[in-house]
Design a binder for this molecule. Structure first.
Ligand code: SF4
Ligand code: SF4
Length: 234
């Protein structure tokens, strides 16, 4: 359910807490936002200086370990210093404003980053919209903080699958891979189209080298791919 945040801070406190106010105001124009009690403490904003009006939500005891988990896994694939930038997201919304998928669906990259930061692991991993990102990298190119947003989406998808959240369609594709060593099989129609375009009838993969299937399946088993796929899905 969407919630709109409306935070008011006395004008006289604004200078004193200007940086914190900026941060809070960055949070304002979004559909669903949380104010984290720990952030108020970190920014040294006494609770009495904050007036929450409307349908607001405050969170106490937010766990940041999910963000750490994302950074940890991401750092095994990408540069750690890039991934650490996730901690600097100010919720400015430039990413979501430039997201082509967000114009057509209810996918919101900014919201994902916020929920991930707040440790809302279940929300993030079970969110069907997570799969609506086309990984076009527009948001990553435009983020003023250089946060590798798209790479983070890819890492979160991995974590979601490991937690048992995988779409049935994706699972079918993975099953094809486990059966044929190739995510897309062939057919007479596809072979003819390839021929018409001057390509070999079969691509240079396991489809052309069935004797290599055993090796591919060995890799899929050793890397844990098989267990992950067979153990996931709703
Ligand atoms: S990821 Fe970047 S563009 Fe998106 S809200 Fe955070 S700082 Fe802004
Ligand atoms: S990479 Fe995903 S979240 Fe980023 S702009 Fe493209 S579709 Fe949107």
């Amino acid at each position: 359910m969407s919630k709109r945040l409306n935070v008011q801070i006395e004008r006289s406190k604004r200078t004193r807490f200007s940086s914190a106010v900026r941060k809070l105001e960055c949070l304002r124009p979004v559909e669903k936002t949380y104010i984290v009690q720990e952030d108020l403490l970190r920014w040294k904003i006494p609770a009495r200086d904050i007036e929450l009006t409307g349908k607001n939500e405050t969170i106490t005891g937010a766990k940041f370990d999910f963000r750490d988990e994302i950074i940890e896994l991401a750092s095994k694939i990408f540069r750690r210093d890039h991934m650490e930038r996730l901690r600097t997201c100010l919720q400015c919304g430039k990413c979501v404003g430039s997201c082509p998928s967000g114009r057509m669906t209810s996918w919101r990259i900014r919201r994902l980053l916020q929920e991930a930061t707040l440790g809302l692991r279940d929300n993030v991993c079970s969110d069907e919209n997570l799969w609506d990102c086309t990984t076009c990298y527009t948001c990553q190119e435009r983020c003023p903080h250089g946060i590798p947003t798209t790479d983070i989406v890819r890492v979160i998808r991995n974590l979601a699958v490991r937690s048992g959240h995988m779409k049935e369609k994706h699972k079918k594709v993975c099953q094809m891979f486990l059966t044929y060593g190739h995510a897309i099989t062939t057919s007479d129609e596809i072979r003819n189209i390839r021929k018409r375009h001057g390509l070999r009838e079969l691509p240079p993969t396991v489809l052309s080298h069935p004797e290599k299937l055993k090796e591919v399946l060995y890799i899929l088993e050793k890397t844990g791919f098989k267990i992950i796929v067979e153990g996931s899905g709703k």
